[in-house]
Write a protein that binds this ligand. Sequence first.
Ligand code: ATP
Ligand code: MG
Length: 385
Amino acid sequence: MAKYGEIALKGLNKNTFEDLLVRNIKRRLKKCGEFHITRNQSTVYIAPETDDCDMEKAIWWVTRTFGVAAVQRAAVLPKDFGEIVKQGMPYLEDVLGAAKTFKVEAKRSDKRFPMRSPEIQVELGAAILEAFPHLTVNVHEPDVTVKCEIRDTNAYLSAERIIGVGGIPVGSSGTALLLLSGGIDSPVAGYMMAKRGIGIDAIHFQSPPYTSERALLKVEELCTELVPYCGDIRFYAVPFTEIQEALRDNCPEEYFTVIMRRLMIKITNRICAKKDYNAMITGESVGQVASQTIMALGCTDKVAEYPVFRPAIGLDKKEITEIARKIGTFETSIQPYEDCCTVFTPKHPKTKPSIAEIEKAEAGFDFEPLIEKAIENIEIKDFKL
Ligand code: ATP
Ligand code: MG
């Protein structure tokens, strides 16, 4: 049983969100066997149709589907209290055998069922104590909460609750292009916005031979790691070498980083327009480095023609790192390969650039032909669920 989080609170358009969630779950479960999937009362029911369904793998995928707050592994039983006890006790044996304390929570949504919820709780609790005499009841902090839900067609008995990623289903909030470097922050930023339902594709700027093939492979690996959460990702690799060399040769050094960021945004603008993305996403966080002061961010924003989402903006490195570890991108991100940003780093970057200064510093060179050329030579790769 996949329980919705936030979707349950939606109003009139709740159905659209639910359909999308079911679709996203179905796509992921194709890898795990044949399942019968239905939805009812803020729950998606996922029942294996054959014995060879990989349930562990199915739970892995479903708990990583945005929109799912928790997964409860449950036995589907007849709506008969005697049968619930008879078939339920062997089912609960593994989990309750390893516990010391428990409580029962019952929910009767089918009011035709003859016992009311408090009565089910008392009777089922007694049956459990009889079957597992080593247990005691603890209603405040039990090791295990046994849930018994009496629903339309069946009773559901469960003792295992696995926390899901929460959020809302990917595809419910438009699409955005994630500026993906090989660092820790940008994959986390992509994850955070996908959690808000945004479909993510990624754009990466590479500067061979200053950046290596391994550096590119690392970023592609990050895409692979984001796919279970974000769904399919189209990856645009932009050749950025000539632009960076022109920047190095024609602009004052202390402005390199901010101008480079503006050039990245200018290219991203074009891709957004061409391919219909609604926004862009970066991993920036105020104050982290010279290019991420308020003034520098302002200079970057000035050239953006789409909203720039920076979900990590108020997080510190420790918080971003915690998320990176949780979602599994951290180990890849810390592989020591160069990023184009680190190639021509100024020794003394200007931390408080004004728009006027930056525009003046850029004016000595016409980047437009190089931007056009870079866009023509983008390489596209698709990462699929
Ligand atoms: P990250 O850990 O995401 O690399 P960072 O702390 O290293 O971030 P910067 O190198 O200043 O910070 O980059 C800031 C943001 O600019 C990144 O989070 C990313 O969104 C974008 N960015 C930087 N380099 C690239 C690149 N080579 N290709 C695409 N986007 C990039
Ligand atoms: Mg970086």
